[in-house]
Design a protein around this ligand. Structure first.
Ligand code: ANZ
Ligand code: ZN
Length: 852
């Protein structure tokens, strides 16, 4: 073996060799995989959108992890599917094309080639024979097909309701496309604009999307599950209807509110409508509002504020009374003023609220500001107050409680907790939550469930997306395209810039737009909106399983063999976007029998972002981008791989450091050089027992760490092993081979080079790649725990010793139990328990007594 570790030669050589041997091609037929009775592992990366800028070193962090994981899974005996593809429709590709004056389809081709090259030099084990591209007509044929199935099942509808409109991207957007009320893409404040849209009834699936998050098999980060729960936002409450009238006595449009606290109905002192409310419009038309100029001005101003600005906690609330209209309490008939205020949102609940200032923070602030009455109807349970005060921080808890109660009784603060009802007629004295349903009944209301999740606005007024396969016919209405006419190809056009009129650029291509109605064969027009960029990524993981199928989205035998995805890795920013849409799409495909599992992704891991060396986001704008191509050239792909795994816990963000990366390079050089100490296989040299103990412990540790994606500690264990071996005069051939096998998933090129050199000396002839050999197993006999001595002190003086297992000695509770059980300790402390325990794991336990 050469004494120099020449990464560029080695890496090129092995990448070629692997491709030649096709060692990463997945056993393609389900039958073959069954007959071998191997378990399967489907390991998936969130596929990239191939941008013009190429990859920076932050991007491959997740890909390196799945590469390691899938190499490992293969070595421990799984059939592995680890594919890659391109999510290439959507605004970024289109903007890039417009800016650089290249057609998006050409730009995408170029960018894909560049990405593929960049990924290839990192030595990834993708099965490229399964590559998919969402912009390929043979792919989007099935995106369109799925849409048609939804359409047939009544899951789609055309809407003219005002939706989010980005004035800069010139397209309508779904709620999921917003960030703090701004366009996630360009940062512009979105407007509400009424334009014709296709919408998908994702809310029909809200309950299942929610419930299935609790499937125990779904091993997702709790934070992602929680964001999905909040995004779906299920809320049980009641709808109550308030009749209204003009001051003249004329009956008007009634107002239905959504409330989660119907138990506080007797405490309502006014109603509030959202500024966008249609009811206000009808009253304006009837000219019953006497201050309509003031009202109009308020509404106009309110509409310019973002949702975040409108609902921020603690922010001063604004509003205007609708003079000339009153509402009637549904039980008592009491007359209540009606207000418009922007803290009420148009698209949640019913867009109207019954205000109970005594028991709601926002209503309270509002009532105080505008001098509206506050009426108490809940007598606080003491426990609820105790929750408000933190007793641990307060020396006079009872005083504090009493003072709060006093403030509440004199209407200085609201009380949002539970208790018994008062000022509530025959319900007085009842537990508030128990009385809720009876109050709803008495008010002739009904119990309902509401969601924060909105139906999915599914059309975009842009060029670069999947055409929606529908036709508009004057006679037949909306007619779906026959399936045999799919794919409906995106026409090749010269001008694809957005029009800004609410029409897609496709509308201008009359030769494409004008078509025949599939039903009556009369003249008709194609739908010109395109699908949102999330459409293609809703099901790509299915297509990898059967990428060339011409007659079906996926063959059901193959689907059963490979679904669900066992490990899914990508960025946490997809928590409430891609991951909601894809789960919905999957459940729909389940309902129509295309897939056999209810959930697509069983285990999910999110990689932390790699920041630039200066701590900022890596960006061209800051000139701080580190390009992986340069790193690979100078230090090698294996170095980059080891460093990105070693730099910190996988799911946490961290800044890049070239100095630290050089440490990883040194590590590999040392592994390489260790070869000089390795005994020839024929020598039958065996390592001392202490070395074998370390080796087997580390095999166990690395195995468990890779399984749990603790890849940084896996690398540090390999470093410990290397340190130990380097201190030896000699190292056995077997042990060195084991070290190389353990390193193989992390530094695949170097490992195969060393491996082939090791094997050639023995076997002569054909050498098997290290990536195809079985993963090392550990021998339990080397894992028996060492014993350690723990010193027991009383008030700092040594009084006893305990000999115990090293692992147990790290657990305070275990050591304390043993210490207190010793006769030499008992004789000194009697039945007293220590006031304090100072514990140094594995070493000392000091029992501290104030008096002894
Ligand atoms: C009366 C009431 C009394 C309320 C009380 C709360 C406390 P979640 O849990 O988020 O569903 N609400 C209803 N629709 C609204 C809208 N479009 N914009 C802003 N607020 C709205 O919250 C439901 C509660 O939020 C409802 O219950 C309503 O206020 C308010 F002591 O009704 B509540
Ligand atoms: Zn027709």
């Amino acid at each position: 073996m050469k004494s120099q570790y020449d990464h560029s030669k080695i890496e090129k050589k092995w990448q070629k060799e692997w491709a030649k041997q096709g060692i990463y091609n997945t056993t393609s037929s389900a039958k073959a995989s069954k007959s071998k009775q191997k378990p399967k592992a489907y390991i998936l990366d969130m596929f990239p959108y191939p941008s013009g800028a190429g990859l920076h070193v932050g991007h491959p962090r997740g890909y390196i992890a799945t590469d390691i994981y899938s190499r490992f899974k293969k070595m421990i005996g799984y059939d592995v599917l680890h594919p890659m593809g391109w999510d290439a429709f959507g605004l970024p590709a289109e903007e890039f094309a417009i800016k650089n004056k290249i057609h998006p389809s050409i730009a995408v081709k170029k960018n894909v080639a560049r990405y593929k090259e960049q990924l290839s030099i990192l030595g990834f084990n993708y099965d490229w024979s399964r590559e998919v591209n969402t912009t390929d007509p043979e792919y989007y044929k099935w995106t369109q097909w799925a849409f048609l199935q939804m359409h047939k099942k009544g899951l789609t509808y055309e809407s003219h309701e005002p939706i989010n409109w980005c004035p800069s991207c010139k397209t309508g957007l779904a709620n999921e496309d917003l960030e703090d009320g701004k366009c996630e893409r360009c940062g512009s404040v979105v407007e509400k604009k009424p334009i014709r849209q296709w919408v998908i009834r994702i809310t029909d699936y809200a309950d299942r999307l929610l419930k299935d998050l609790d499937t125990p098999k779904l091993k997702w980060p709790e934070s992602i599950k929680e964001s999905q729960r909040n995004w779906i936002g299920r809320s049980e409450g009641a709808e109550l209807t308030f009749k209204t009238k003009a001051v003249t006595g004329e009956a008007l449009h009634s107002v239905t509110v959504f409330t989660t606290r119907a138990d506080t109905l007797y405490g309502v002192t006014y109603l509030v409508l959202a500024p966008e409310s249609h009811i206000v419009d009808t009253w304006k038309q009837k000219k019953v509002i006497s201050n309509s100029t003031e009202v109009d001005a308020y509404i106009k101003e309110a509409k310019t504020r973002t949702v975040i600005e409108r609902t921020a906690e603690g922010k001063e609330k604004t509003g205007v009374e609708l003079k000339g209209v009153v509402a009637m309490h549904p039980i008592t008939g009491a007359e209540l003023p009606v207000w418009v205020a922007d803290y009420v949102l148009a698209d949640y609940g019913t867009g109207a609220v019954m205000a109970v200032p005594a028991h709601d923070e926002r209503d309270f602030m509002f009532a105080k500001k505008y001098g509206l009455p506050v009426k108490r109807v809940v007598d606080p349970a003491m426990v609820s107050f105790a929750e408000i005060v933190n007793p641990a921080n307060s020396t006079n808890t009872t005083d504090k409680l009493n003072s709060l109660r006093g403030q509440y009784e004199s209407l200085e603060i609201p009380f949002t907790g539970q208790g018994t009802l008062l000022n509530s007629a025959e319900f007085d004295g009842q537990n508030a939550s128990d009385a809720l349903k009876a109050i709803v009944k008495k008010a002739k209301g009904k119990m309902v469930v509401k969601y924060k999740l909105r139906d999915w606005v599914f059309s975009r007024q842009r060029y670069w997306g999947e055409p929606i396969p529908l036709v508009h016919c004057a006679k037949c209405g909306v007619v779906p395209l026959p399936e045999k006419e799919l794919p409906l190809k995106l026409p090749n056009v010269k001008s694809y810039e957005p029009t800004g009129t609410g029409e897609s650029p496709l509308a201008a291509i009359s030769s494409w737009v004008n078509t025949k109605c599939p039903k009556c064969k009369g003249p008709a027009k194609r739908e010109t909106n395109t699908m949102p960029q999330w459409a293609g990524s809703c099901w790509y993981y299915l297509r990898y399983i059967d990428p060339k199928n011409k007659t079906k989205l996926i063959d059901s035998k193959k689907e059963k063999a490979w679904q669900p995805v066992d490990m899914y890795v990508g960025g946490a920013e997809h928590a409430t976007r891609h991951l909601i849409y894809a789960r919905f799409w999957h459940k729909f495909l389940y309902d129509i029998g295309v897939v056999s599992t209810k959930e697509p992704f069983m285990q999910l891991k999110n990689q932390g972002l790699i920041a630039a060396e200066d701590g900022r986001k890596m960006s061209k704008r800051y000139g701080n981008v580190v390009n992986p191509d340069d790193i690979v050239k100078l230090y090698g792909a294996d170095t980059l791989r080891i460093y990105e795994m070693f730099m910190g816990p996988f799911d946490q963000g961290i800044a890049w450091s070239t100095d630290n990366m050089i440490g990883s390079r040194r590590f590999l050089e040392r592994v390489w050089r260790l070869h000089e100490k390795v005994a020839n296989e024929t020598e039958k040299y065996t390592d001392p027992k202490s070395i074998l103990v370390t080796l087997h412990k580390i095999i166990k540790k690395v195995t468990e760490d890779i399984e749990s994606f603790s890849l940084n500690t896996a690398v540090s264990s390999l470093m410990i092993l290397l340190n130990t071996l380097e201190k030896q005069e000699r190292v056995s051939h077997e042990t060195y081979k084991t070290l190389i096998t353990l390193i193989a998933p992390f530094a695949p090129h170097m490992a195969d080079e060393i491996w082939s050199n090791l094997a050639v000396t023995t076997k002569k002839g054909q050498v098997q790649s290290v990536h195809l050999v079985p993963w090392p197993t550990y021998n339990k006999k080397y894992l028996v725990d060492d014993e350690v001595n723990v010193v027991v002190q009383i008030n700092g003086k040594v009084r006893a010793n305990i000999l115990m297992g090293a692992e147990e000695a790290k657990i305070e509770g275990e050591v304390l139990k043993k210490a207190l059980g010793l006769s030499e300790i008992q004789s000194r402390i009697g039945d007293k328990s220590p006031d304090r325990v100072i514990f140094i794991p594995g070493k000392i336990i000091n029992l501290v007594f104030k008096s002894l």
